[in-house]
Design a binder for this molecule. Structure first.
Ligand code: FAD
Length: 440
């Protein structure tokens, strides 16, 4: 394996980058620190672990996350094919059985003859070997220090919070009801209905409840798309009732009326034994989570398979550090991939792994490569993280229509516009693949 590409980190991005290289006949050695060392959120020995929600968001081709999925499928993504194979019912979203998903990814890689898995924490930046760094938002401390030394301190921290998981058999099925918001897709969510009185009590306790204090060396910065429930609640009396607890389209069949607010529970595994509290990522202490979440109708006796918690997110200032090929400008032997590049989300991280894999293969084959146009979801993400190196306030980003190349000025209704984005992206990706001699 003398000329093998080294990939550090066997998460979503690292596994996807490995797959793309292997499919093009290149050898890969993948370093993964588990089970020798686990981050605060990783629990399984398998590669490609989903550390929080088991949902990969919307599967609709005319939504931004749906477009990204379609592009990954077109580019033969290992992560997408494993997700499609291990999907569980989740309405119009794509959710997976996390154990089956991770096992499938790992098995597929281990079946490749040019693949070597080395279970070891990497603590130094390799020299003179083509390397992809994909150690994720919870990069080990020692390796984070090595990255910091290499980059001159240009990396940042902020927090993410994870939502609790409830054992299905502890949910009061006489109170909750099955329905999907807006009646879209199949009704796979359980809904806990709250009266105005229940809401007032819950809100009061949530705001007053004890929170885990931030550690002194970490700067408190939340990503807007993953705010703790108590941070949202503190923004105003009705913020939750119009946000994650909005009851729109969820009539309670027990009463025939719309509740004042709802807490939605999404299936966590294919067996249906676990449910995730949607949008309930939190910094409440564990005893307070149990006390306060049991005030929710239907969860009076809830047993929690996992409680919410807070975590660090490590990412680099990609606009100043990375070329559009995701290579370090100061050392072209080093590529970055995944969430550490400043994207946010499972499939966004996967996409940056896929593109890093393609770029590395092109460099090895001495071929030029440029990113897909910003009218595609993948191109828009690459452009978001690598354009405008002088950007001061660089924040992680998930895929959304706002970062895609704007459509022509023609006035269109919202739905029509979304279809047009999807149509343009699909056409642009095919043209780009043709130019790059990638097979469709
Ligand atoms: C707590 C938390 C919850 C999140 N929840 C969601 C969510 O619900 N939905 C969503 O879309 N996104 C979520 N994210 C964001 C993010 O998309 C995921 O973390 C995603 O898994 C990132 O993919 P990755 O491949 O970049 O990193 P990871 O999937 O984390 O993979 C990195 C791998 O590198 C390994 N590693 C780390 N350091 C070393 C080292 N020095 N040597 C060797 N191996 C190492 C780790 O063990 C890990 O396996 C969450 C992030 C966090 C931190």
């Amino acid at each position: 394996m003398k000329s093998a590409v080294s990939i550090i980190g066997g998460g979503l991005a690292g596994c996807e980058a490995a797959w793309q290289l292997l499919q093009r006949g290149h050898a890969v050695q993948l370093f993964e620190m588990k089970p020798q060392r686990f981050s605060p959120a990783h629990k399984m020995e398998y590669l490609a672990e989903l550390v929080c929600s088991n949902s990969l968001k919307s599967n609709h081709a005319d939504s931004a996350p749906g477009m990204l999925k379609q592009e990954l499928r077109t580019l033969d993504s290992l992560i997408m094919s494993a997700a499609d194979q291990t999907a569980v019912a989740a309405g119009s979203a794509l959710a997976v059985d996390r154990t089956e998903f991770a096992r499938t990814v790992q098995d597929k890689l281990l079946q490749q003859k040019n693949f070597k898995l080395i279970r070891q924490e990497v603590t130094k930046i390799p020299r003179d070997v083509i390397t992809i760094i994909a150690t994720g938002p919870l990069t080990s401390d020692r390796f984070a220090r090595a990255i910091s030394e290499m980059l001159g301190g240009s990396y940042l921290y902020f927090y993410d919070a994870i939502a609790p998981i409830v054992n299905a058999d502890s949910i009061n099925m006489g109170k909750v009801y099955v329905a999907s918001r807006y009646g879209k897709g199949t009704p796979d969510y359980l809904n806990c209905p709250l009266t105005e009185n229940d809401y007032e009590t819950f809100l009061h306790e949530l705001l007053a409840g004890a929170k885990v204090p931030a550690r002194h060396f970490e700067e408190m910065k939340h990503f807007e798309g993953c705010l703790p429930i108590e941070v949202l609640a503190a923004r105003g009396h009705d913020t939750l009732a119009f946000g994650p607890m909005k009851p729109v389209g969820l009539i309670d069949p027990h009463t025939g009326t719309l509740p004042y607010a709802v807490v939605q529970l999404r299936r966590e595994n294919s067996a249906g034994t676990l449910y995730n509290m949607v949008g309930f990522q939190t910094r409440l202490t564990w005893p307070e989570q149990k006390r306060i979440f049991r005030l929710i109708p239907g969860l009076e006796n809830a047993e929690f398979a996992r409680l919410g918690s807070i975590h660090r997110n490590t990412y680099i200032h990609s606009p100043s550090l990375l070329a559009p090929s995701l290579q370090l400008k100061t050392n072209p032997n080093i590529f970055f991939a995944g969430q550490i590049t400043g994207v946010e989300g499972y499939l966004e991280s996967t996409a940056m792994g896929l593109f890093a894999g393609l770029c590395t293969a092109s460099i090895l084959e001495q071929k030029a490569i440029h990113p897909p146009p910003a009218s595609t979801a993948i191109g828009a993400l690459v452009s978001y993280i690598t354009a405008d190196e002088s950007r001061q306030n660089f924040q992680p980003m998930n895929i959304n229509f706002g970062i895609l190349e704007k459509l022509s000025a023609k006035r269109m209704k919202k739905k029509e516009k979304h279809f047009e984005y999807a149509r343009k992206a699909s056409e642009a990706l095919k043209n780009w693949m043709h130019e790059q001699n990638l097979q469709t």
